[in-house]
Design a protein around this ligand. Structure first.
Ligand SMILES: Nc1ncnc2c1ncn2[C@@H]1O[C@H](COP(=O)(O)OP(=O)(O)OP(=O)(O)O)[C@@H](O)[C@H]1O
Ligand SMILES: [Mg+2]
Length: 569
């Protein structure tokens, strides 16, 4: 291509036509420079804020050749000159320049030199330079003009690429933010893993994503969560049947040092796992450890068909996800443990309450049937004895004994009734409560009204009926013990498919929150017990009270469904 055409091409801004990442763009610039200027070598040195070379891109030399030279230039010699002065520098023989530093071993000989600064946004961004003019001894004035044109074009393209990169980073940050937000809202381990897979897949659509589970007991990977139907999902079956030793994968640094492993080009697979990946068509991958309190839970593993598919940004993104995943998993596990403990506690409580009710019932029947019958026999005998005696003083003493036995029988009956009112089994909850309320009222001299509305005893399983009965019993006992009330009321009504029970008094009231905050350990169990009972019935109990304003105990229980507990009889 003639140089005029090349100039036209550069003026038309052709570099801007490519939508490249910044790294790819820099590579394209040096290759273009080498071609259009006709140089054997071209390079671009990107500067950091201190004006030192931070990044070096080259063309005309293989990576192996560059590796043999060793470190990239530091910008001490002639290169430093264009860096410091920011001017174009064209030399016939760079070695003869007074500032020439000399070449390191294995560095090819370079004579002719052309260097131009690249200024992005008014700030020095880097230097583009070419050496060894092809087909001539030195670079020409025209080459210099072309190089300046190219540098201006490169600056515009770099600026745009940097802007795009910033937008992309902002987008990625948002995606990361969304994903972390989703993870924060989840408490179920399986859902967390699935959300993480989906979130990572969205950001890296070209890759397959999985979460491999690590088993420390035998240092293996024993399972893997991955998108259904993906190649990586096959690992789950394989590893579940036969866990793979971490040493048979390239992921050992994740396990031993908890650091990510990144493979940019899977050319000669060494471990069995790498061979599997290779056969499945994967050419690059990253394993990022998921570490919790210094313990490895697993890996966030991504793999792609293209070599070098993942960038540093991708790696940083995966690190952030893995870190957050560890915390979310920890919380989910703690919550699951807590829920399990709560479940077991509920079961135990249920058992205790059921056993307690059973025991009360047994004692009540024993008192009523056995002791009660003996007392009745005693009463009859005393009556007969009284009739047979003719001595009035003896008759009087026997009558007193009979009275005593009668009182004992009444008391016994009352105790047995409180332990387990037979009417609860025989007549149902409403009748049992009515009897309890009228007995209570009479005993403590407090008028108590009872209202029942729109509800039928048959709707309640027996353990729910017992639970409600015990709650009302404790609420009334509390009124008698603490309230100094002059009136009380018990209401039982159906409301939106639920049973509401209200026990209310007009007494002194109390500060509910402070009593519940400081339960007097083993002493005050009434309110707490009522709440526990309500929870066992899948219901809810609240207490509304204010000093001097009376107290309202409000219980709500679902109707038409069997609660979690046992029968209770
Ligand atoms: N209806 C009420 N009126 C006024 N104060 C009440 C009423 N119900 C409860 N309280 C207050 O709340 C406290 C806690 O009640 P709770 O039933 O838990 O324990 P308790 O009755 O003191 O002891 P327990 O029920 O374990 O024998 C009571 O000590 C009392 O101060
Ligand atoms: Mg009490």
């Amino acid at each position: 291509m003639a140089q005029d055409q090349i100039a036209m091409l550069l003026k038309s801004g052709f570099l801007l036509r490519f939508d490249l990442s910044l790294d790819d763009l820099l590579q394209r610039i040096v290759e273009t420079a080498r071609y259009v200027i006709g140089a054997r070598y071209a390079a671009l040195a990107v500067l950091n804020d201190e004006g030192q070379i931070a990044h070096f891109v080259f063309s005309g030399m293989s990576k192996e050749e560059a590796d043999r030279i060793g470190e990239y230039p530091k910008g001490r010699g002639v290169l430093g000159l264009i860096i410091q002065e920011g001017k174009v520098l064209r030399l016939r023989d760079v070695r003869k320049h007074p500032k020439a530093w000399g070449f390191p071993p294995h560095h090819p000989i370079m004579r002719s030199f052309l260097g131009v600064p690249i200024v992005v946004n008014g700030k020095p961004y880097g230097r583009l330079y070419m050496t060894e003019k092809q087909g001539g001894r030195e670079f020409t004035q025209r080459d210099e003009e072309l190089a300046s044109l190219l540098a201006a074009q490169a600056a515009a393209a770099i600026e745009r690429a940097m802007l795009t990169e910033r937008v992309r980073q902002a987008e990625r940050l948002k995606q990361l933010n969304d994903l972390l937000g989703t993870l924060n809202r989840l408490t179920d381990e399986r859902q967390i893993l699935e959300a993480a897979l989906r979130g990572v897949q969205k950001v890296l659509p070209f890759a397959e994503v999985s979460i491999c589970l690590y088993r420390p007991t035998d240092d293996t990977f024993s399972g893997c969560a991955a998108t259904q139907g993906s190649r990586l999902s096959q690992l789950h079956q394989r590893w579940r049947q036969r866990p793979i030793a971490a040493a048979r994968t390239p992921l050992l640094p994740c396990v031993r040092e908890h650091r990510p492993v990144r493979m940019d080009e899977l050319v000669s697979p060494r471990t069995p796992f790498e061979r599997w990946l290779w056969h499945k068509g994967f050419r690059s991958f990253i394993g990022t450890p998921i570490v919790l309190d210094g313990v490895l839970l697993g890996l966030l593993f991504v793999a792609a068909d293209k070599p070098s598919a993942f960038s540093d940004d991708d790696q940083a993104f995966l690190n952030a996800v893995a870190e957050h995943l560890a915390v979310t998993l920890k919380n989910a596990r703690l919550l699951a443990e807590l829920q399990e403990k709560e479940r077991v506690r509920g079961l135990l409580l249920n058992k205790v309450v059921t056993a307690q009710e059973e025991e009360r019932r047994r004692i009540a029947y024993e008192l009523h049937d056995q002791t009660g019958q003996l007392l009745t026999a005693l009463l009859i005998q005393l009556q007969l004895l009284g009739r047979e005696l003719s001595e009035p003083s003896l008759q009087e003493r026997v009558e007193r004994l009979r009275q005593l036995a009668d009182d004992i029988a009444v008391n016994l009956h009352h105790i047995a009734w409180e332990l387990r009112p037979p009417s609860l089994d025989e007549l149902g909850l409403t009748a049992a409560l009515e009897r309890m309320v009228s007995d209570w009222s009479e005993r403590f001299g407090i008028p108590c009204q009872m209202e029942v509305d729109g509800f039928d005893d048959g709707e309640l399983p027996s353990d729910v009926a017992i639970g409600i009965y015990r709650i009302v019993q404790e609420a009334l006992t509390n009124i008698a013990k603490h309230a100094k009330a002059t009136r009380a009321k018990v209401v039982m009504r159906r409301q939106d498919g639920r049973l509401q029970v209200i026990v209310q008094d007009n007494g002194v009231g109390f500060d509910v929150a402070s009593v519940l905050r400081h339960p007097d350990e083993m002493k005050r169990l009434g309110l707490v017990g009522m709440m526990e009972r309500a929870a066992m019935l899948s219901g809810k109990l609240t207490v509304e009270s204010k000093p001097k304003r009376g107290t309202k105990v409000f219980l709500e229980v679902p109707l038409g469904q069997t609660p979690s507990g046992g029968d209770g009889r």
